[in-house]
Ligand binder design. Structure first.
Ligand code: NAI
Length: 242
């Protein structure tokens, strides 16, 4: 279904990003994994993409918060893969804290990675999409960006910002055959949420459980080939933000 396509997955070395890499690889896409620290984890994900799904896969060390490094990395991916068709902006961090006590550095770090990081990736991939007259961008937002979350003003602002970015880019690039959508996951069981299992908000999930990375990844694969959907925000949240 995605054979012949090249997909970049940021933060693809673990958690939701890792599941997205496998899901897109299982549909036949070649995968460029962007990671920020753990080279052996990133290389292991690539090996599984190659060995289990028979696609090309390569890992790239890249801080998405750095405009120039992203530019160089996208150029390297173009040199290695020829082009890019699908961009999944999944890299994200949290620096939770109450607004009255939040450090400026914690606000900035979260905005720089979660929101500017996505902008940097889109900015540097769009030239390739325009040349191909096709492209698909999927931004991993969060239900925090839809309904807010106490203790996460920085994170929620970054994820709400991603939704504005998604809709503006969708409108701007639709005439060029380029789609841009967002996914808003709820509680998904990953390293990021390992200390959330006793979060009282979990009791408010209508489907009564945390989601899995694979369930988010399946939504990414759906949007990657949903040719008439753009500017959408798809919740994968067990119903918590309905
Ligand atoms: P995770 O912490 O397990 O993985 C995040 C990945 O992003 C890691 O591979 C990390 O190395 C990478 N990363 C962080 N900063 C980076 C940078 N500056 N440059 C490049 N890569 C960087 O998190 P998880 O849970 O897999 O989350 C993935 C995405 O899904 C994030 O954007 C997160 O905000 C979002 N999300 C997660 C939810 C959850 O419940 N786990 C809920 C809603 C959204």
């Amino acid at each position: 279904m995605l054979k012949g396509k090249v997909a970049i997955v940021t933060g693809g070395s673990r958690g939701i990003g890792e599941a997205i890499a496998y899901e897109l690889a299982s549909k036949g896409a070649d995968i460029a994994v962007i990671y920020s620290g753990n080279v052996s984890a990133a290389e292991q994900v690539c090996r599984k993409c190659q060995e289990v799904y028979g696609v090309k896969a390569q890992a790239y060390l890249c801080n998405v918060a750095d405009f120039e490094i992203v530019k160089q990395t996208v150029a390297q991916i173009k040199a290695d893969f020829g082009t890019v068709h699908i961009l999944v902006n999944n890299a994200g961090i949290t620096r939770d804290g109450l607004v009255a006590r939040m450090k400026e550095a914690d606000f900035d770090a979260v905005l720089d990675t979660n929101l500017k990081g996505a902008f940097h990736m889109i900015r540097h991939c769009t030239g390739l999409f325009l040349r191909n007259r096709e492209g698909c961008i999927i931004n991993i937002s969060s239900v925090s960006g839809l309904i807010g979350n106490a203790g996460q003003c920085n994170y929620a602002a970054s994820k709400a910002g991603l939704i504005g970015l998604t809709k503006s880019v969708a409108r701007e690039l639709a005439p060029k055959g380029i789609r841009c959508n967002a996914i808003a996951p709820g509680f998904i069981a990953t390293d990021m949420t390992q200390d959330q299992s006793d979060n009282p908000l979990l009791a408010q999930v209508p489907l009564g459980r945390m989601g899995t990375p694979r369930e988010v990844a399946e939504a990414v694969a759906f949007l990657a080939s949903a040719d008439y959907i753009t500017g959408e925000v798809l919740r994968v949240d067990g119903g918590i933000a309905m």
